[in-house]
Design a protein around this ligand. Structure first.
Ligand SMILES: Nc1ncnc2c1ncn2[C@@H]1O[C@H](COP(=O)(O)OP(=O)(O)OP(=O)(O)O)[C@@H](O)[C@H]1O
Ligand SMILES: [Mg+2]
Length: 224
């Protein structure tokens, strides 16, 4: 459960989030809004990457500001730019790196990493140089690295930007099957069609908060 309690955020004089209060117990929550409306800022607060300047955020009752390490163990984050997350030379080693604390045996780690890759569209890529994957494959690799850690909450900020149609569908299917709570920031409104809840931000305020149909309709009308 992610909760925002009267959360405000400013960079200098610029108000980026204005008194956002949301209790999000649903499993799949989408966050949409115009460029600069505050989506990434709100999403990054879930693992303490950005701290509110007023109010507070709670993740399963823990405040990322004061209990950052505990929260980050529960929350996986997939960024728009996968290069910022890929740390090892090959795809298999990269996912295995995520498993270094939980799986002590090196061969077992490699085997599990290959299985995670195979299950998410990267079968046969374990030995492939990570930085020579296509943009979309890198995005899938970043997701694999996070899923290998088995977090309770997965936050994705524009995870399908680089994905082709097939991999976007695959990504949607992966999300649909996850046991994790997922919070997804996206401009791909189709991705949210079967989500439980969609929150629309405008100028740092929540302007709609509903099931996908009505929330996305509201957002389309706002833009039109
Ligand atoms: N580190 C920063 N320093 C100053 N201003 C920032 C910083 N990060 C974000 N902002 C500002 O905060 C506002 C909200 O940014 P945010 O990245 O949350 O928007 P967003 O809704 O994710 O937009 P997009 O759809 O373009 O990703 C913007 O006006 C942005 O310029
Ligand atoms: Mg953003």
């Amino acid at each position: 459960m992610i909760a925002y309690e009267s959360v405000g955020h400013r960079y200098g004089d610029r108000v980026v989030l204005d008194d956002v209060t949301l209790a999000l117990p649903e499993q799949r929550v989408g966050l949409v809004g115009a460029n600069g409306s505050g989506k990434s800022t709100l999403a990054r607060m879930v693992n303490g990457l950005v701290r509110p300047t007023s109010g507070r955020v709670l993740v399963d009752g823990l405040d990322p500001t004061s209990e950052g390490a505990k929260v980050r163990r529960r929350v996986g984050f997939v960024f728009t730019n996968p290069d910022s997350q890929i740390v090892m030379p090959t795809a298999g080693e990269d996912v295995a790196f995520s498993l270094r604390r939980t799986v002590r045996n090196r061969e077992e780690r490699a085997r599990r990493a290959a299985a995670v890759l195979a299950a998410h569209g990267l079968e046969g890529y374990a030995d492939h140089p990570a930085h020579q994957l296509s943009g979309g494959q890198k995005q899938l690799l970043a997701l694999c690295g996070m899923l290998a850690l088995d977090p309770d909450v997965l936050v994705c900020d524009e995870p399908t930007t680089l994905l082709d149609l097939r991999n976007t569908r695959r990504f949607a299917e992966i999300l649909a099957e996850l046991r994790q709570q997922v919070l997804v920031v996206t401009h791909d409104l189709d991705l949210l069609a079967d989500f439980d809840r969609v929150v629309v931000l405008d100028g740092g305020k929540v302007v709609a908060d509903d099931t996908p149909g009505p929330a996305i309709r509201y957002y389309r009308e706002l833009v039109a």
